[in-house]
Design a protein around this ligand. Structure first.
Ligand code: K1U
Ligand code: ZN
Length: 172
């Protein structure tokens, strides 16, 4: 396994739409292993392949709490089959927008079809943090960041601060 660099916004790579995976191969499993290691190291609870520069429809996630057994989850080519009308609000963060957290409203419940680590078709009924995290990561596959759900003003403040931070880091 290897750590990959996480792309920080603003970056045009994060705005691209990821491509469906044709087959779950050993190379893809290697990417998922690297993504999981990168996510644990960050630390985070989810990661989309585009955040490490791979425009593929692949997500890894682990929502286990501190002290619980790790529970890695892998979602390849995920599709939302159903989304509830009722919404849930969660203070979201993103490893590509480090240190910013903002409330985002999303459907409280979703049913998602995907391929697992072994390429088997699965369906999952998700609510609470799992539903939020899945939708956040699936947004990444469309080139959407959680700040795109905020007002234009809030979004531009956050992205301008991140841009400034990048310039400072590039100059040292
Ligand atoms: O960048 C990402 O997509 C990962 C992101 C996932 C997420 C978090 C919260 C709501 C929706 C989606 C993160 O993991 S941000 C970091 C974070 O939430 C966290 C970090 C350490 C411990 C617990 C949580
Ligand atoms: Zn994110």
């Amino acid at each position: 396994m290897a750590l990959r660099e996480i792309i920080i916004a603003p970056d045009p790579r994060l705005k691209q739409k990821s491509k469906p995976v044709k087959a779950v191969t050993d190379d893809l499993r290697k990417l998922m292993d690297d993504m999981l290691e990168t996510m644990y190291a960050a630390p985070g609870i989810g990661l989309a392949a585009i955040q490490v520069g791979e425009p593929l429809r692949v997500i890894v996630m682990d929502l286990a709490k501190d002290g619980e057994e790790p529970r890695p989850r892998y979602f390849v080519n995920p599709e939302i089959l159903e989304a509830s009308d009722d919404l849930a609000t969660y203070s979201e963060g993103c490893l590509s927008l480090p240190e910013y957290y903002e409330d985002v409203d999303r459907p409280a419940h979703v049913r998602v079809r995907y391929l697992d680590y072994d390429g088997e078709i699965r369906e999952i009924e998700a609510d609470d943090l799992l539903a939020t995290c899945l939708q956040h990561e699936m947004d990444h596959l469309e080139g959407i960041l959680f700040v795109d759900h905020l007002s234009k003003l809030k979004r531009s403040i956050i992205l301008r601060k991140l841009q400034k931070q990048k310039r400072i880091e590039e100059s040292v």
